[in-house]
Design a protein around this ligand. Structure first.
Ligand code: ADP
Length: 467
């Protein structure tokens, strides 16, 4: 018998090991897909309405247990409980509600008008479940980024195999338990626990769709494997998201937006502000106000703080290298401590860092940080702002602050990005019906909205003649 591997669930805010979680053995993976395909037969035969009954039960269950759920997320990630509730649990409840209201219509038969040339034939499009969908999820919003794609796939009649991040294994177990307790039929949802070895093995057994959220590096590996069998994929990857603040903006609002956008969830958000471009006439005033605002933030674990700890120790190394590189090349620390003073022994806490005197040769301008750090860079003209914002391999989110809405929307039109916001930072609410996805190396495809449900199904065009 092979040795059973385990993953340690560690609370990053305290360094405490909470429990050991058994990894799924690689030799079990073919059986997982067999079970998934067997369950697909009956799950796909249900109507959307019948499937949604399970969704409603799940929603009620999650609402009832919201306290316990946020506590698990908080101890698995180090984020404060408010962040867990608002940005992890609520989007899932929101998505379920959206599907309960709209999935039947979105996934139902769509009648098309048929030209007279086809003398009376009827035509329509229907959405056919694909089979067994593999969802691979990350650690930054471990509940939302696992459950929303899972539910979108399930609504269309697919079964799901989830590989949650090994960095947040408690939430992986939580997702498994929630679907079970809500009464989803056996094997409709299965969870394989483990790290990249388990994830890689799962991609090699021909799932019918792969939905991946994570790094660009892993996204490319997955796309290469998927290409061999033309397995459809959605890749939700990283970002180096610009925020542009014009002199005519409401400065107080833009400052608060910048602080929240840069430091919420300790900056471990793919849509967080990662580069802040401020028009020169207001630059000094903006930085001073931002510094004052940051100094009022409280950091700690649990309920009564604004920012929690970082989640993943390796991420601290990335942020440290970027800060040291910037300081060496002449950047100035406006807030936060020099990396030599960081003490992450008892918890992965890093004070929010604002950097100025930033130049284009610094890593912080081009590499994703995924940490509580923001470079603030001056610009002069609209054209320059657009050029700077677009000067990246990424294109996930962008925000523009100005009281001149026509100008802000004109700038948005020129930004190469999957998502953009005027006078706010990130708006990704499932219930809006807006699609969410990245341009350039930030991803492939998008989800949420009508397309987010339909993409997990094969679109089938049908023409019928009465004969
Ligand atoms: P991060 O470094 O930010 O955690 P990753 O892309 O490494 O981002 O991880 C995101 C998810 O992808 C995690 O669940 C991880 O276990 C999984 N993963 C990592 N490498 C692979 C791989 N080669 N094949 C499949 N899944 C992988």
């Amino acid at each position: 018998m092979t040795d059973r591997k385990t993953i340690s669930a560690i609370n990053p805010a305290t360094g405490q090991i909470i429990r050991e979680i058994e990894e799924t053995q690689l030799e079990r993976i073919p059986g997982i897909y067999e079970d998934s395909r067997a369950a697909f037969k009956s799950w796909s035969a249900l109507t959307v309405k019948e499937r949604l009954r399970y969704f409603k039960k799940l929603r009620h269950l999650m609402a009832e247990k919201i306290d316990a759920i946020t506590e698990i997320i908080s101890s698995d990630t180090g984020k404060v409980r408010m962040e867990a509730a608002v940005a992890d649990v609520m989007p899932v409840l929101d998505a379920i509600l959206h599907m309960e209201k709209h999935a039947e219509k979105i996934l139902g038969r769509q009648k098309m008008s048929t030209p007279i040339l086809f003398f009376g034939k009827k035509s329509y499009v229907e959405y056919m479940a694909r089979g067994s969908v593999l969802v691979i999820s990350p650690w930054n919003y471990p509940l939302q980024l696992a459950m929303v794609p899972m539910l979108s796939a399930l609504a269309g009649g697919n079964t799901v195999v989830l590989k949650p991040s090994e960095v947040t294994p408690l939430v992986g177990q939580l997702v498994e338990a929630l679907f079970k307790e809500a009464g989803f039929p056996e094997h409709v949802v299965q969870v394989a626990h483990g790290g990249k070895e388990v994830g890689a093995e799962l991609t090699k057994h021909r799932p019918d769709y792969i939905f991946f959220t994570g790094s660009v590096r892993t996204g490319k590996i997955i796309q290469e494997i998927a290409a061999k069998d033309l397995i459809p994929t959605t890749l939700e990857l990283g970002g180096k998201d610009p925020m542009i603040v014009f002199s005519d903006a409401n400065i107080d609002r833009a400052v608060k937006g910048a602080v929240w956008g840069s430091f919420t969830n300790s900056g471990q958000v793919c849509m967080s502000a990662e580069r802040l471009y401020v028009q020169r006439p207001i630059f000094e005033r903006f930085v001073a106000k931002m510094r004052d605002e940051v100094r009022m933030l409280s950091q700690g674990s649990g309920m009564n703080h604004d920012i929690g700890s970082m989640t993943y120790p390796e991420q601290i190394t990335v942020v440290r290298e970027q800060v040291l590189d910037a300081l060496e090349k002449g950047a100035k620390l406006v807030t936060g401590e020099h990396p030599d003073k960081w003490d992450t022994e008892k918890g992965l806490f890093i004070e929010p860092i604002i950097l100025t005197e930033v130049t284009d040769d610094m890593k912080i301008v081009h590499e994703e940080s995924f940490g509580p750090i923001i470079p603030v860079i001056p610009f002069d003209t609209e054209e320059e702002a657009v050029e700077l914002a677009n000067g990246t391999i990424y294109g996930l989110n962008a925000s523009v602050f100005s009281r001149d809405i026509a100008k802000a929307e004109r700038v948005v039109s020129k930004l190469v990005t999957g998502n953009a916001v005027v006078n706010d930072v990130m708006v990704s609410v499932v219930n809006h019906g807006l699609p969410f996805g990245g341009a350039k190396q930030s991803g492939l495809g998008s989800y949420h909205g009508d397309g987010g449900l339909r993409m997990f199904c094969q679109e089938k065009a049908v023409m019928t003649d009465s004969g």
